[in-house]
Design a protein around this ligand. Sequence first.
Ligand SMILES: O=P(O)(O)OC[C@H]1O[C@H](OP(=O)(O)OP(=O)(O)O)[C@H](O)[C@@H]1O
Ligand code: HPA
Ligand SMILES: [Mg+2]
Length: 190
Amino acid sequence: MQHQTLPPGIETILLDAETIAGAIRRMAGEIARDYADRPLVLVGVLKGAVFVTADLARALAEVPGGPTDVQLDFIAVSSYGNAHRSSGEVRLVQDTTYAIEGKYVVIVEDIIDNGHTLHYLRAMLGNRQPASLRAAVLLDKPYHRAIDVTVDYTGLTCPDEFVVGYGLDYQERYRTLPYLAKLRPEVLPA
Ligand SMILES: O=P(O)(O)OC[C@H]1O[C@H](OP(=O)(O)OP(=O)(O)O)[C@H](O)[C@@H]1O
Ligand code: HPA
Ligand SMILES: [Mg+2]
């Protein structure tokens, strides 16, 4: 790989943009197969899943024979705030635009870490009587799971580090990096 100057605060690239794109193409293939003849609603979880939702939606549109009726919606929740550890309490920041009753819904997340966020979303959206509810998560970080949650489509295993980039932030920074990176330890509080 060519030498690349990294932004201040970034120690190393853990997953490059091509690796992420490959994982998203594979997830899109799996979802396309399962929803080939079903209308599908992708619910992206803001802010972290902004890029994975956009890229997965477009990858899905490129799968031959995949679903042709795909709608996009978003929900915003937060539990990390400005910290690098979860508060454990998930806060609904903004609900979906449309009702999901009777819809075939796939929640799209950037990462599952302790599991509280996806557990909260599955419970809340599951209560609204969707026709089906599944979850697609780009990064599985399984080391500190506090609650068991089903993930139906997984992209990549995330190293046991606090990661940023490709939608993931620390104190709202680094989301726009096109790769997944490890922060320099001195950036994080001890
Ligand atoms: O499995 P968990 O430990 O609950 O963590 C995963 C969630 O945490 C992050 O969101 P965050 O609450 O930081 O909000 P954001 O998406 O706006 O960055 C991330 O985007 C996931 O949604
Ligand atoms: O490793 C992480 N980085 C950024 N946000 C996160 N939310 C859960 N885990 C992480
Ligand atoms: Mg999030």
